[in-house]
Ligand binder design. Structure first.
Ligand code: FES
Length: 140
Protein backbone atom coordinates (compact mmCIF):
# COMPACT_ATOMS: atom_id res chain seq x y z
CA UNK A 1 0.00 0.00 0.00
CA UNK A 2 1.26 3.46 -0.90
CA UNK A 3 1.90 5.72 2.03
CA UNK A 4 0.10 8.99 2.64
CA UNK A 5 1.83 11.93 0.97
CA UNK A 6 3.55 14.26 3.43
CA UNK A 7 2.03 17.71 3.00
CA UNK A 8 3.34 20.82 4.71
CA UNK A 9 0.47 23.23 5.35
CA UNK A 10 1.46 26.80 6.11
CA UNK A 11 -1.64 28.19 7.81
CA UNK A 12 -2.06 31.85 8.68
CA UNK A 13 -2.78 32.49 12.31
CA UNK A 14 -5.94 34.51 11.93
CA UNK A 15 -8.14 32.45 9.65
CA UNK A 16 -6.80 29.15 8.45
CA UNK A 17 -5.10 28.07 11.66
CA UNK A 18 -8.27 28.95 13.52
CA UNK A 19 -10.16 26.83 10.97
CA UNK A 20 -7.76 23.96 11.65
CA UNK A 21 -8.43 24.39 15.36
CA UNK A 22 -12.16 24.31 14.71
CA UNK A 23 -11.74 21.25 12.51
CA UNK A 24 -10.14 19.50 15.46
CA UNK A 25 -12.84 20.62 17.87
CA UNK A 26 -15.47 19.53 15.35
CA UNK A 27 -13.71 16.18 14.95
CA UNK A 28 -13.35 16.61 11.22
CA UNK A 29 -10.82 14.15 9.90
CA UNK A 30 -8.01 14.81 7.48
CA UNK A 31 -4.93 12.76 6.59
CA UNK A 32 -2.50 12.38 9.45
CA UNK A 33 0.38 13.16 7.11
CA UNK A 34 -0.61 16.84 6.95
CA UNK A 35 1.95 18.86 8.90
CA UNK A 36 0.52 22.24 9.89
CA UNK A 37 2.91 25.12 10.42
CA UNK A 38 1.35 28.25 11.85
CA UNK A 39 2.53 31.51 10.33
CA UNK A 40 1.19 34.94 11.15
CA UNK A 41 0.11 35.59 7.55
CA UNK A 42 0.18 33.70 4.25
CA UNK A 43 2.17 36.63 2.88
CA UNK A 44 5.04 35.62 5.18
CA UNK A 45 5.62 32.36 3.32
CA UNK A 46 8.58 33.10 1.09
CA UNK A 47 8.94 30.94 -2.04
CA UNK A 48 12.22 29.63 -0.61
CA UNK A 49 10.29 27.99 2.24
CA UNK A 50 8.10 26.14 -0.23
CA UNK A 51 11.07 24.97 -2.27
CA UNK A 52 12.97 23.94 0.88
CA UNK A 53 10.01 21.92 2.11
CA UNK A 54 9.77 20.08 -1.21
CA UNK A 55 13.54 19.65 -1.34
CA UNK A 56 13.65 18.21 2.17
CA UNK A 57 11.07 15.53 1.48
CA UNK A 58 7.59 16.98 1.52
CA UNK A 59 5.41 15.59 -1.23
CA UNK A 60 3.34 18.74 -1.33
CA UNK A 61 3.03 22.19 0.16
CA UNK A 62 -0.21 24.03 0.70
CA UNK A 63 -0.36 27.65 1.80
CA UNK A 64 -3.64 28.61 3.43
CA UNK A 65 -4.62 32.20 4.07
CA UNK A 66 -7.60 34.42 4.74
CA UNK A 67 -9.92 35.19 1.86
CA UNK A 68 -8.86 38.10 -0.33
CA UNK A 69 -9.92 41.33 1.32
CA UNK A 70 -9.91 39.72 4.78
CA UNK A 71 -6.20 39.49 5.59
CA UNK A 72 -5.46 40.63 9.13
CA UNK A 73 -2.50 42.55 7.68
CA UNK A 74 -4.61 43.91 4.81
CA UNK A 75 -2.54 42.86 1.81
CA UNK A 76 -0.57 39.85 3.01
CA UNK A 77 -2.66 37.38 1.07
CA UNK A 78 -2.32 39.49 -2.06
CA UNK A 79 1.44 39.08 -1.61
CA UNK A 80 0.91 35.34 -1.18
CA UNK A 81 -1.04 35.28 -4.44
CA UNK A 82 1.77 37.05 -6.26
CA UNK A 83 4.29 34.69 -4.73
CA UNK A 84 2.20 31.69 -5.77
CA UNK A 85 2.71 32.68 -9.39
CA UNK A 86 6.45 32.89 -8.82
CA UNK A 87 6.41 29.51 -7.09
CA UNK A 88 4.43 27.94 -9.94
CA UNK A 89 6.89 29.33 -12.50
CA UNK A 90 9.85 28.12 -10.45
CA UNK A 91 8.41 24.63 -10.07
CA UNK A 92 7.87 24.46 -13.81
CA UNK A 93 11.46 25.62 -14.44
CA UNK A 94 12.74 22.94 -12.06
CA UNK A 95 10.57 20.23 -13.60
CA UNK A 96 8.59 19.73 -10.40
CA UNK A 97 4.95 18.78 -10.82
CA UNK A 98 2.66 21.78 -10.36
CA UNK A 99 0.20 19.80 -8.22
CA UNK A 100 2.77 19.67 -5.45
CA UNK A 101 1.94 23.27 -4.51
CA UNK A 102 -1.35 24.96 -3.82
CA UNK A 103 -2.64 28.21 -2.38
CA UNK A 104 -6.13 28.31 -0.88
CA UNK A 105 -8.24 30.74 1.09
CA UNK A 106 -10.13 29.63 4.19
CA UNK A 107 -11.89 31.69 6.84
CA UNK A 108 -11.90 30.77 10.50
CA UNK A 109 -15.49 29.55 10.19
CA UNK A 110 -14.74 27.18 7.30
CA UNK A 111 -13.09 24.10 8.78
CA UNK A 112 -14.87 21.91 6.22
CA UNK A 113 -13.28 23.92 3.41
CA UNK A 114 -9.84 23.50 4.97
CA UNK A 115 -10.29 19.76 5.45
CA UNK A 116 -11.60 19.42 1.89
CA UNK A 117 -8.50 21.21 0.57
CA UNK A 118 -6.22 18.94 2.63
CA UNK A 119 -8.00 15.80 1.47
CA UNK A 120 -8.11 16.91 -2.15
CA UNK A 121 -4.39 17.64 -2.26
CA UNK A 122 -3.55 14.38 -0.54
CA UNK A 123 -5.74 12.41 -2.94
CA UNK A 124 -4.36 14.29 -5.93
CA UNK A 125 -0.80 13.52 -4.90
CA UNK A 126 -1.63 9.89 -4.21
CA UNK A 127 -3.42 9.49 -7.51
CA UNK A 128 -0.87 11.46 -9.50
CA UNK A 129 2.13 9.72 -8.00
CA UNK A 130 4.46 12.34 -9.39
CA UNK A 131 7.83 11.07 -10.61
CA UNK A 132 9.51 12.81 -7.68
CA UNK A 133 7.30 10.96 -5.20
CA UNK A 134 7.82 7.61 -6.93
CA UNK A 135 11.59 8.13 -6.82
CA UNK A 136 11.44 9.12 -3.16
CA UNK A 137 9.46 6.04 -2.24
CA UNK A 138 11.89 3.90 -4.16
CA UNK A 139 14.67 5.41 -2.03
CA UNK A 140 16.39 7.19 -4.88
S1 FES B 1 -3.53 37.13 8.12
FE1 FES B 1 -4.46 35.49 7.03
S2 FES B 1 -3.65 35.78 5.06
FE2 FES B 1 -2.87 37.48 6.12
Amino acid sequence: MKKEPIIIAFCCNWCSYAAADLAGISRLQYPGSIRIIRVMCSGMVHPDLVLQALNKGADGVIVVGCHLGECHYLKGNEMALARAEIIADTLEDLGIAAERFQLVWVSSSEPERLVAAFRAMSERLRAGRTPEIEAKEAGQ
